[in-house]
Design a protein around this ligand. Structure first.
Ligand SMILES: [Zn+2]
Length: 330
């Protein structure tokens, strides 16, 4: 089976952390970051060994964010991300970004300008590569509530170009419940809801998954990998037909899963949890989606049939309109 050519659907990829490496190398010197040698590039822009905790991973993301300093660059980066995804066999791609994170420190770019640049890059790529791309808007858990509210308004105001709303960043110490009313409002406005929950290996992680479903109305969970520790959470995910956007390499690099050879993906799939396969941050993790398929095939014995099963789940639960995703998938 040629895994690179296998048609794929990816539901979980962060725009800010999927920048093409040659583009990083070209842009880095312009913002005072060194990427001349492989060592410098890896030191500033890659995470290839497990980090101690999710907080330190998030800090490492900041250098990449500095690259997004003009609208033209944002458009170019978005187009290239879609092109790279196309070259990985991805026909349907959900790309997410946090407006607050993207424009941070870029005083000349506001949410609107950044978003329109992303939409331009995305639309051009959709046409050039005959693929379907949908954008998810992220609220950062660390945001004050008034900022989170303004991001919610921004997402709803642009529901013609956003397909959904997400909550991301470090879960521990950042309760999701205060964001409930924003997510309910977005849901009512027609946006899909997916939430990063149950990602890190912390004591309450399985409970965070249930809170995302109950309080934020999530119909998909970003990661959710820690559910493997609690059979009652697994049962609820199965009963409620809530798929997980699983990202195996990401889980290992962020320390969410300690043992590289022991990811619960297949166990969860075999139990009947709706599992989908994503790369999360392919640029910074130095991987692509094909890498994740290879890992699942080689280490856990997933077959072509299993991949078809996961992609069928991803198709059914993608927030992209049925017409658009059908056209790209057939
Ligand atoms: Zn993520």
């Amino acid at each position: 089976m040629n895994l690179k050519k296998l048609p794929k659907i990816e539901l979980h990829r962060h725009l800010e952390l999927s920048v093409r490496h040659s583009t990083i190398k070209a842009l880095a010197p312009k913002i005072g970051l060194k990427a001349d040698t492989d060592e410098e590039f890896a030191k500033n822009f890659l995470i290839t060994e497990p980090m101690k905790d999710l907080g330190s991973v998030l800090n490492k993301f900041l250098d990449t964010q500095k690259l997004f300093y003009t609208e033209d660059i944002i458009e170019q980066i978005t187009y290239e991300i879609c092109e790279d995804a196309h070259n990985e066999g991805i026909k349907i791609l959900e790309l997410r970004y946090a407006p607050t994170f993207l424009v941070m420190g870029h005083d000349k770019i506001n949410f609107e300008q950044a978003h329109l640049a992303i939409v331009r890059g995305m639309k051009k790529a959709e046409k050039d590569f005959n693929m379907a791309v949908g954008l998810l808007c992220i609220i950062q858990r660390i945001s004050p509530l008034d900022v989170a509210e303004s991001v919610t308004d921004f997402a709803i105001d642009h529901k013609d170009t956003f397909i959904g709303l997400d909550l991301a960043d470090n879960e521990e110490g950042f309760d999701s419940k205060p964001f409930s009313s924003f997510f309910m409002r977005a849901k009512k406005a027609g946006l899909g809801i997916t939430v990063h929950a149950g990602e890190s290996d912390v004591p309450n992680a399985p409970r965070y998954i249930l809170e995302a479903i109950e309080h934020l109305g999530a119909t998909r969970i970003g990661h959710g990998v820690q559910c493997y520790r609690d059979e009652s959470v697994i049962k609820q995910l199965i009963d409620k037909k809530i798929p997980l956007e699983l990202c195996p390499t990401s889980n290992w690099l962020t320390g969410a899963i300690k043992d590289k050879d022991n990811h619960p993906f297949k166990t969860l799939m075999d139990k009947g949890v709706l599992t989908t396969i994503s790369s999360d941050d392919p640029g910074i993790f130095n991987i692509d989606l094909t890498h994740e398929y290879e890992l699942l095939q080689n280490k856990y014995g997933l077959t072509e049939k299993d991949f078809e099963h996961c992609n069928k789940i991803a198709f059914d639960h993608s927030f992209i309109s049925l017409d658009k995703k059908t056209a790209a998938w057939s």
